[in-house]
Design a protein around this ligand. Structure first.
Ligand SMILES: Nc1nc2c(ncn2[C@@H]2O[C@H](COP(=O)(O)OP(=O)(O)OP(=O)(O)O)[C@@H](O)[C@H]2O)c(=O)[nH]1
Ligand SMILES: [Mg+2]
Length: 299
């Protein structure tokens, strides 16, 4: 598992690892050293906020502990990042209740693929899953989900293309009750965070879900593409303002050298990251563990 994570973060590791390793094996801690660290953090997409926080803390510690050798700062550095990445997390599934997970996000970020990956995980741990094809907008979206359903042996609740997505979710919840399913995974249409009408539509889907599943557990999960870079932060903020997100799933970490975006997201939003996507196959979804992530990144 750990090797798979390391492999998935290969591009980020290669882009960053060399830089940081080089930096921490310098002879002394001087102004140049701090500048280089700052530059490397910014270039890794860790963001200004987190970069400033990490630098200040390292400078304080170096002074306090009278550290002269950069190598001694490396563990402190990793610890600071783990601290930023550690946020309150209630867990993914509430066992014993019906769980409805609404997957939302911008077009093409990987919502439908992630839904399939999650289903694969849940099925492997013995839960019964149902798909709700609430992307009634994009051509072939329903077929794409049906294909995954067939492959994974998951029932798909669907309407005609162009139908009301909230009505699909309504039916999926009834079906889940009738078939004694544990989890309903809702596929929604991609939309820009700046499109007010489409964000209102999501609010309506959430409202109907909360009403129909008042005895269940409803969670709204933002799927984000890690290759987006800093623009992803404003995406996440607007989705959070509209929908009060419970979690984030970060996809395509295998396709970017800027995996540091994870740190920027947590510094800005404090919303737990449930999973990270490190490939296109159903098994390429990993639990997000801050310590493991940092170890895989910087080891
Ligand atoms: N490399 C890589 N590719 C991924 C990952 N997750 C998703 N993809 C790919 O991203 C592309 C888009 O995925 P979809 O799941 O269709 O994205 P979507 O958000 O549902 O797209 P729309 O429904 O059109 O908004 C597909 O080619 C996926 O295979 C990942 O973690 N790594
Ligand atoms: Mg989709």
């Amino acid at each position: 598992m750990f090797n798979k994570l390391k492999n998935g973060l290969k591009k980020s590791r290669e882009g960053l690892l060399g830089q940081f390793t080089g930096l921490f094996s310098r002879a002394s801690i001087d102004e140049n050293f701090w500048e280089n660290i700052e530059e490397a953090l910014i270039r890794a997409d860790i963001g200004i906020g987190a970069t400033t926080k990490i630098l200040n803390e390292l400078k304080n510690q170096a002074k306090k502990l009278n550290i002269k050798n950069p190598e001694e700062l490396k563990d402190l550095f990793k610890r600071e990042i783990v601290k930023i990445l550690t946020v309150k997390n209630d867990g993914v599934i509430n066992k014993g209740s019906l769980n409805i997970l609404l997957l939302v996000g911008v077009n093409g970020v990987g919502k439908t693929t992630t839904l399939a990956k999650m289903a694969n995980k849940f099925i492997n741990s013995g839960d019964k899953v149902i798909f709700a094809a609430a992307d009634t907008f994009r051509a072939a979206a329903i077929e794409q989900l049906q294909e995954w359903g067939t492959r994974l042996g998951v029932d798909v609740i669907k309407h005609q293309r162009g139908g009301d997505p909230a009505a699909v979710v309504f039916d999926a919840i009834s079906a889940a009750r009738a078939r004694e399913a544990d989890i309903v995974l809702v596929d929604t249409a991609g939309r820009l965070h700046t499109n007010i009408n489409l964000m209102e539509e999501l609010k309506k889907i959430k409202k109907v879900t909360l009403r129909e599943a008042s005895d269940g557990t409803v969670k709204t999960v933002l799927v984000m593409d890690a290759t987006t870079g800093q623009n992803g932060i404003s995406q996440a903020k607007l989705f959070n303002d509209a929908l009060d997100l419970d979690a984030i799933i970060l996809t395509k970490l295998d396709g970017t050298a800027k995996g540091g975006i994870v740190v920027a997201i947590e510094e800005e939003l404090n919303i737990p990251i449930w999973f990270i996507g490190v490939g296109e196959k159903p098994e390429d979804l990993q639990d997000f563990n801050p310590q493991e992530f940092v170890d895989a990144f910087f080891e």
